[in-house]
Structure formats: structure tokens, C-alpha cells
Write a protein that binds this ligand. Structure first.
Ligand code: AMP
Ligand code: ZN
Length: 152
């Protein structure tokens, strides 16, 4: 494996600029970096894999889902790698709030403000999570059913 510099770790720190010793030690960050290097959505964010980008700022990235499940289906992701919602920390609250707020703005821009939409985080196996970098699905443009699983 390539040696990992502090520079490469920095984008994944929970709070950029805080000393590593105060945020849990290096081993956790090595783990995060290794996860990130193999992550599809980290590669999309870096432009290593193409996507139909909708929006980007310092914190979040939004793009159309490659296999849309509704007339409108896009994803909003944090630029910093977080594997699942179960891994979310108190320091991530503002970031996840930004994801949700950006999803709302994009949904309005795409014309589904009045008709509504479903805002979904799939988490781990029971929910069918397939990409382990948190992503907010926004689905709209048609009436959807509930519950979101087959009835007996
Ligand atoms: P989940 O099953 O909740 O983990 O959702 C992963 C989503 O990522 C699925 O809806 C996929 O269609 C979508 N997806 C997978 N690869 C890509 C890609 N290269 N570009 C855009 N969306 C993708
Ligand atoms: Zn990632």
C-alpha cells in the first residue's frame, strides 16, 4: 500500500484542523482512508468516475442516480466519507443537515416541491444499502407506496 500523508487524511477528519490526538488517534483515520480509497462515491466526488452532477460545494455533492427508481431520483452525499448512518457522530449533525437542506433545494429546482418526494437513507443489510458511503436518495415525480416492502 502507498504511504499515507496527513494531507490525504485531512479531508476525512470529522473536524478539519483539530489535532489527531484529540479526535481518536491515527489508526481510526487510517481505517477511514483505506475505506475511502475503495469507495465508489468518494471516486465520483473526486471525478475519478463520471457522474451526472447536479451540485457541489465544499461539503456536499449531488448527482443523478445511475438506475433511477422514479422519474426524479438523485443522491446527495457528504464529501467526507462516512460509511453508514450508524457511523454518524455528533460532529456530523451539521453536515447531514446540509445534505438534507441541499436535497430540498434541488427537489424544488427539479419541480417536485408541490407534489412531494421521498427522502431516504438506506442503512446496512436490512435496508438494502449497497454503497457504503452515506447518501440521501430523493425520489419523486410519481405517487409512491407505503410500506416500502412487500406485504405478506
Ligand atoms: P443504496 O442501495 O441505498 O446503497 O443506493 C446506492 C445507489 O447508488 C443505487 O440507487 C444505485 O443505483 C446508485 N449508484 C450506483 N452506482 C452509481 C453511479 N456510478 N452513479 C450514480 N449512482 C450510482
Ligand atoms: Zn466514500
Amino acid at each position: 500500500m502507498q504511504p499515507i500523508s496527513l494531507y490525504s487524511i485531512k479531508p476525512f477528519l470529522p473536524s478539519a484542523g483539530r489535532p489527531l490526538q484529540k479526535t481518536g488517534g491515527l489508526s481510526f483515520y487510517y481505517f477511514i482512508v483505506i475505506m475511502s480509497e475503495n469507495c465508489l462515491f468518494c471516486k465520483i466526488i473526486k471525478g475519478e468516475i463520471p457522474s451526472k452532477k447536479i451540485y457541489e460545494d465544499d461539503d456536499v455533492f449531488a448527482f443523478y442516480d445511475i438506475a433511477p427508481q422514479a422519474p426524479v431520483h438523485f443522491l446527495v452525499v457528504p464529501k467526507r466519507h462516512i460509511s453508514t448512518i450508524m457511523d454518524m457522530q455528533p460532529t456530523d449533525c451539521e453536515l447531514v443537515g446540509k445534505m438534507l437542506y441541499r436535497a430540498q433545494i434541488i427537489a424544488k429546482e427539479l419541480g417536485i416541491e408541490e407534489s412531494g418526494a421521498r427522502f431516504v437513507f438506506n442503512c446496512k443489510a436490512d435496508a438494502g444499502q449497497t454503497v457504503f458511503h452515506i447518501h440521501l436518495h430523493v425520489l419523486g415525480g410519481q405517487v409512491m407506496g407505503w410500506p416500502p416492502f412487500p406485504k405478506d
